[in-house]
Design a protein around this ligand. Sequence first.
Ligand SMILES: C[S@@+](CC[C@H](N)C(=O)[O-])C[C@H]1O[C@@H](n2cnc3c(N)ncnc32)[C@H](O)[C@@H]1O
Length: 254
Amino acid sequence: MRNYFDEPVAASYDQDESGRFASSTVGQTVGVLAELAGGGSALELGIGTGRVALPLAAAGVRVTGIDLSEAMVARLRAKPGGDRIPVTIGDFATTAVGTGFTLAYLVFNTIMNLTTQDQQVDCFRNAAAHLAPGGRFVVEVGLPTIRLLPHGEQRRLRLWAAGQTSWAYDEYDLATQAVTGHYIEVEDGRGSYRTTPFRYVWPAELDLMARLAGMRLEHRWGDWDKRPFTSDSEQHVSVWRKLSEQEAAADGVR
Ligand SMILES: C[S@@+](CC[C@H](N)C(=O)[O-])C[C@H]1O[C@@H](n2cnc3c(N)ncnc32)[C@H](O)[C@@H]1O
């Protein structure tokens, strides 16, 4: 598993200007996650620099993390309270760090960092294996913006950021659900380019992955403010509940 969140990406990660770091956004995210944790402990898949984990821990939830990137986790550990959050370096689709969590969560489109359907299915199975019966798995992910793609063009490109010194566009392969992110920046007169592979995934596909892992959809919101998910939603926050053994047996889940 290649790490795309290396030192240069980690160094500027917290300077993101997309609004993800706004206190209102983080506060709403933490409020929903704390409520879903219900007094138990939480596991963040792809914990990164602790954007969500640190305020969630400050709200009284015991948080554990998994992440592939030493560089991202070094930023988390350097922040106040960061040294009290246990983090294991590994792939969150397969790494095991315990059981009995009441909440596992995977936010900020990070499910798309798993670039095959098999890896995404494994991730759901891994999340479920960490949960106590009745525990919740939460995923926040954008919807593929394929309806905005220019019709009839051979290369399916979508420009989504065009600033004075940085540009970003996604390249879609509709046959494989692969999305390649292209990022161009100019700093001190020097240009740089990097690219990252993703796999976009549909809500209904995620529900099937949850089913394979013994979980069922409980909520699907259009955002952390719990607005309804509609055909105009640009992203969703979905919550699946892990079935108890009795529920699974009654449901015919193996
Ligand atoms: C978009 S960042 C999100 C970080 C944090 N959750 C947040 O909301 O700010 C994605 C994080 O997931 C990690 N990551 C991506 N793929 C991973 C994988 N397969 N296993 C573990 N961590 C992964 C990256 O290293 C990075 O820290």
